[in-house]
Ligand binder design. Structure first.
Ligand code: MG
Length: 381
């Protein structure tokens, strides 16, 4: 589903202690604001506006500049003003879903975002919220009263609305009225707002000690998964062979329904294996004529997309090609580069190796080529 987002990173963060404001401090080896922007982009945001305080525009560009599809806007003196400036910078149609999110909640996932967008389909708004589980007291030094906790929720962000409606709601909001979230503004215009299951890990970094808890959370946030893939194709008459997305001149070719790129097929299966998502034959049945002669990069791209849809990321891949001929070494760098490009990975996350079986077995007799691949993937815990 198409959506846009505003990440509010303009607060002065007085409660979090002296020094750099919260959004620009580090958690889990990453700037706090970057976690949220990456999550929005990974979930498919068309555009994200990051609202910063006047003196942190350069910081934002330095820290986030390598990421696509975002822009920076300077916020106002208060959170509502900052949100309004962020909303104004979004030039999409009034029906477009917009997620408004506090940068101080770094551990956002694709799952959170998609559940909000789903709830927004038949509501005016949707927020992440957690039911209150602690017993509540009212008082000052001593207890003055018990507070009934049934039906009470802790509101989190993101909060989702349609762009035109939330803009209009802010335009109608009295500027001097107290405000701590966007749902209040929408509700004041009669909006019906869904409560969507929040997540304790989406904690707001408020006090200095919250950062040490966030450090611990950052470490447990991903679980690592490994998959392997194997593929073999038979040699036949031809004048070139596709291996790992690169065409190598050779006096034979590999025979197959698609382009028979055994390297890409093994790697596609390794990635699908890592996320427990079947195999290449299930996603692209050889019986389907549309895959006849197909370039295998689309199979690999599809597997990478399946990882992305789960909110995951590929960490590294390793392919081994087993054959006597052709010589792989001269083409290895081109193959690594092609795979890095197809999977959007840094070059050191991609390995291509080759070996022979010293004349033994079907690869040794040059009846066929065997490819093996391993992929490591991280999925949100
Ligand atoms: Mg194959």
């Amino acid at each position: 589903m198409s959506f846009v987002a505003v990440i509010v990173a303009a607060g002065s963060s007085l409660r979090a202690g002296a020094g750099l404001p919260k959004p620009w401090r580090q958690v889990g080896g990453k700037t706090v604001a970057r976690w949220s922007l990456e999550a929005m982009l990974a979930a498919g945001a068309d555009h994200v506006v990051v609202v910063v305080s006047d003196n942190h525009q350069e910081t934002a560009i330095k820290v986030l500049g390598d990421l696509p599809r975002w822009s920076v806007v300077v916020g106002g003196a208060s959170r509502p003003e900052s949100v309004v400036r962020g909303l104004e910078a979004l030039a999409t149609s009034p029906e477009t879903p917009v997620l408004i999110h506090d940068a101080a909640r770094p551990f956002l996932t694709t799952r959170h975002i998609h559940s909000l967008l789903e709830a927004l389909v038949d509501q005016d708004g949707a927020i992440l919220a957690l039911p209150v589980t602690d017993t509540l007291k009212r008082g000052d030094q001593t207890i003055a009263a018990n507070v009934e906790r049934a039906g009470l929720w802790r509101a989190q962000t993101p909060q989702a609305f349609r762009l035109g409606e939330i803009k209009a709601a802010y335009a109608a909001w009295p500027t001097d009225a107290e405000l701590t979230d966007d749902a209040q503004v929408a509700a004041a215009q009669g909006a019906s707002i869904a409560l969507v299951a929040g997540d304790p890990r989406l904690m707001k970094l408020t006090y200095p000690e919250d950062f040490s808890m966030a450090e611990a959370l950052a470490e447990t946030r991903w679980r690592s998964r490994t998959g392997m893939g194997v593929d073999a194709h038979r040699w036949g008459p031809g004048d070139g062979v596709w291996l790992c997305g690169v065409l190598i001149p050779h006096d034979q070719t590999l025979i197959g329904h698609s382009d028979a790129d055994a390297g890409l097929h093994a790697l596609t299966d390794a990635i699908l294996g890592a996320i427990g998502d079947g195999d290449i034959g299930e996603h692209f049945p050889p019986s389907d004529p549309q895959w006849k002669g197909a370039a295998s990069d689309r199979f690999l791209r599809h597997a990478a997309e399946r990882v992305r849809l789960r909110g995951g990321r590929i960490v590294n891949v390793d392919v081994t090609l087993i054959c006597e001929q052709p010589r792989i070494r001269p083409h290895r760098d081109a193959m690594r580069q092609r795979l890095a490009e197809l999977l959007d990975l840094p070059l050191d996350g991609v390995s291509v190796k080759a070996t022979t079986t010293e004349g033994m077995g079907y690869t040794g007799r040059q009846e066929g080529l065997l490819a093996q691949a391993v992929a490591t993937v991280e999925l949100p815990a």
